[in-house]
Design a protein. Structure first.
Ligand code: C5P
Length: 228
């Protein structure tokens, strides 16, 4: 199916301990954000892509993708959900309709493969709700008390890590995010807003290496991986 994309990229990424937001750090000769956009640009189903950026972001204009006619810039917001909502508003101005699919993808997830993207699009094309790429957890999980001692071992067979892209209908996503924000519900991904609205997003198993660059070692790992 055809689809729109929103890339929230207005966070500071303090865990990277770098001099700039993590999506502007170099990876294999370009910035992380350019690689991330490349996962979508050129896809035959792409209708348009919006990047939500901090208003004082000085790095974006120097990227070549800033001049791509399929790419537009929206204002970032206080929380990730605000940044996504601002991106959706711009998509509405660009002609997005309530039933159109929107994919929201983290700016710092540059290792999405075309196969994973197409698997998500195909699996959810006729789904009434939508869903997200996800990966079953590998490690044994413990629930701990405030003293750092184990309270119990959690059944990991039913636990997944939520990745992106997350794919929902434009109208439903906008309503869920706006509603959850208005009620001050903690929203760390788009699926949690849909869950708050009473929907059950579908999990589509994806590759574990579609990781979000969070710590310096993640970047080193990916750099090595792409070299070999
Ligand atoms: O902090 P975390 O890595 O979970 O952020 C996920 C994504 O949300 C990042 O791409 C970040 O730039 C974005 N974000 C945003 N606006 C905020 C906070 C985070 O666009 N206010």
């Amino acid at each position: 199916p055809s689809f729109w994309v929103v890339i929230p990229a207005a966070g500071v990424g303090s865990r990277m301990r770098a001099d700039r937001p993590k999506q502007y750090l170099p990876l294999a000769g370009r910035t992380i954000l350019e690689h991330t956009l490349d996962c979508f640009l050129g896809h035959p189903g792409l209708r348009g892509l919006v990047v939500s950026l901090a208003s004082d972001d000085p790095w974006w204009p120097s990227l070549s993708c800033a001049r791509d006619p399929q790419v537009r810039r929206a204002e970032g917001g206080a929380e990730r959900a605000d940044s996504v909502l601002n991106g959706l508003r711009l998509l509405g101005e660009l002609g997005a309709r309530a039933d159109d699919w929107v994919l929201v993808h983290d700016a710092a997830r540059p290792n999405l493969t075309p196969e994973d993207l197409d698997r998500l699009l195909t699996a959810l094309a006729d789904d009434p709700v939508g869903g997200l790429l996800a990966v079953p957890v590998r490690d044994t999980l413990k629930r701990a008390g405030p003293d750092g001692r184990v309270l119990e071992t959690v059944d990991r067979s039913v636990i997944w890590q939520a990745y992106t892209p997350q794919m929902f209908r434009f109208g439903a996503l906008q309503a869920a995010l706006a509603g959850a924000l208005a009620e001050r519900v903690a929203i760390t991904d788009e699926a949690s807003a849909l869950e708050w609205a009473g929907q059950s997003p579908r999990l589509i198993e994806g590759r574990a290496d579609n990781l979000k660059i969070t710590r310096p070692e993640d970047l080193q790992w990916l750099e090595q991986r792409w070299k070999s």
